[in-house]
Design a protein around this ligand. Structure first.
Ligand code: NAD
Ligand code: DAU
Length: 362
């Protein structure tokens, strides 16, 4: 098979390629990435010389380029990760979220449709759209999101992902494209950009910077180790039923404050901090995120029942691996924080979204 992976230089995409390329040497993986602030080829060092791996720099919004990739590489399957992914940035600058997540997905779907349906290259095709549990909105104290939960996105990010899910669904119903959609909960692990909660807290704790806690810190997320998400995508790509949606989650609900306290203790232990020096003292309650969803939690019964997938990494093990990775790769973090992101936004979109780290304190 020839598999087009979009956004393969980002957090989940690079973990996916680092896992799949050595495992499936009979398949070709074409990584198409625009290398925005979030895309980093350093993440892919271990596979860059592999014979079954090709990198193309470009945007999913570029229709002629997308058409060329489908024809040149005779693409059979797409795993579509490419997106703007950070909720805070969607609040300070929503336009690029619509451009990339909605319009870019439609451009990619059109290339797939032209190549697979109009040119009758039907054999083996599949468009796997990687989406999020945020499309379902926010839960109260009880209950779970599942494949039948109505969509109720609350942020510009989740609204753009919900729109892209709807387009993917429509290309299946209108044109007969073979599609699957996955809606996954919060991922954590190596190579996550240090703007997201876990890597931001680790990096700030190491550097003795404030640990910004939005609101009361009691919002709940369902955390999944990134490699487990990659293995779920592998299952859906090869064994999922056409036209179906699969919810993916870690069965691992944590309040933000529980995670932050856990990380503070781990960093203290690793760096031998005690007394006045303890990391906990860096905690700072800041203004809440606008429209902050209270709780996400996934019921992943369907993917377990149909495809035999369930998470393999428990939180204690996953968070230990993650902290170890960030402590061993501080240069990686520092290079990102040194301004790649600002340069990109300044060039492309003016000064939108200038923060690297979380909300500034009040
Ligand atoms: P990320 O921000 O780390 O990576 C996004 C990648 O997409 C980057 O490499 C970036 O360069 C690339 N990209 C952006 N615009 C592009 C364009 N126009 N053309 C080509 N490439 C472009 O994101 P992530 O956290 O790895 O998320 C990947 C996907 O998974 C996203 O679609 C996201 O919505 C979804 N998702 C993420 C999580 C999570 O917890 N991180 C959970 C569920 C679903
Ligand atoms: O649920 C899946 C989604 O998870 C993905 O679709 C998104 O791409 C991904 O970014 C993530 O979204 P969240 O908004 O849940 O993740 P984030 O790491 O930004 O925030 C996690 C929680 O931590 C959230 O309740 C906000 C809070 N937070 C975050 C930051 C960055 C803080 O309290 N302080 C912070 O500095």
């Amino acid at each position: 098979m020839k598999i087009l992976v979009t956004g393969g230089a980002g957090f989940i995409g690079s973990n996916f390629l680092n896992y799949m390329v050595p495992k499936y040497q009979q398949h070709l993986f074409v990584n198409l990435d625009a290398l925005t602030y979030a895309g980093n080829l350093e993440n892919l060092k271990s596979i860059e010389a592999a014979g079954n791996y090709v990198f193309v720099k470009g945007s999913i919004n570029d229709q002629p380029l997308m058409n060329k990739i489908f024809v040149d590489h005779q693409i059979d399957r797409v795993v579509h990760f490419a997106a703007e992914s950070h909720v805070d940035r969607s609040i300070t600058g929503p336009a690029v979220f619509v451009e990339t997540n909605v319009l870019g997905t439609q451009v990619l779907l059109d290339s797939a449709r032209q190549h697979w349906l109009e040119a009758k290259k039907l054999k083996n095709h599949r468009f796997l759209h990687v989406s999020t549990d945020e499309v379902f909105g926010s839960l109260g104290a009880t209950g779970y999101f599942s494949e039948t939960t109505p969509y109720a996105p609350n942020s510009p990010y989740s609204a753009s992902k919900a729109s892209s899910d709807m387009l993917v669904r429509a290309y299946h119903h209108t044109f007969g494209l073979d599609i699957c959609i996955t809606n996954c909960s919060n991922n954590y692990g190596p190579y996550q950009f240090p703007e997201k909660l876990i890597p931001l807290m680790i990096a700030n704790a190491i550097d003795r910077k404030d640990l910004p806690i939005y609101g009361d810190g009691k919002n709940v997320r369902d955390w999944l180790y990134v490699l487990d998400h990659c293995k779920a995508i592998e299952k859906v790509l090869f064994e999922g039923r056409s036209g179906e949606t699969y919810c993916i989650g870690g069965n691992n609900e944590q309040q933000n404050i529980q995670i932050i306290d856990l990380l503070c203790g781990m960093i203290d232990e690793k760096l031998g901090r005690s007394g006045e020096q303890v990391t906990e003292r860096l905690k700072k309650y800041v203004t809440d995120r606008k429209g902050h969803d209270k709780r996400y939690a996934i019921d992943a019964t369907k993917i377990k029942r149909e495809l035999g997938w369930e998470p393999e990494t428990n939180f204690a093990e996953g968070i230990r691996k993650t902290v170890d990775w960030y402590m061993g790769n501080q240069d990686w973090v520092n290079r990102l924080r040194d301004g790649v992101y600002q340069e990109y936004y300044e060039k492309q979109y003016g000064l939108v979204g200038k923060r690297v780290s979380g909300q500034t304190s009040e």
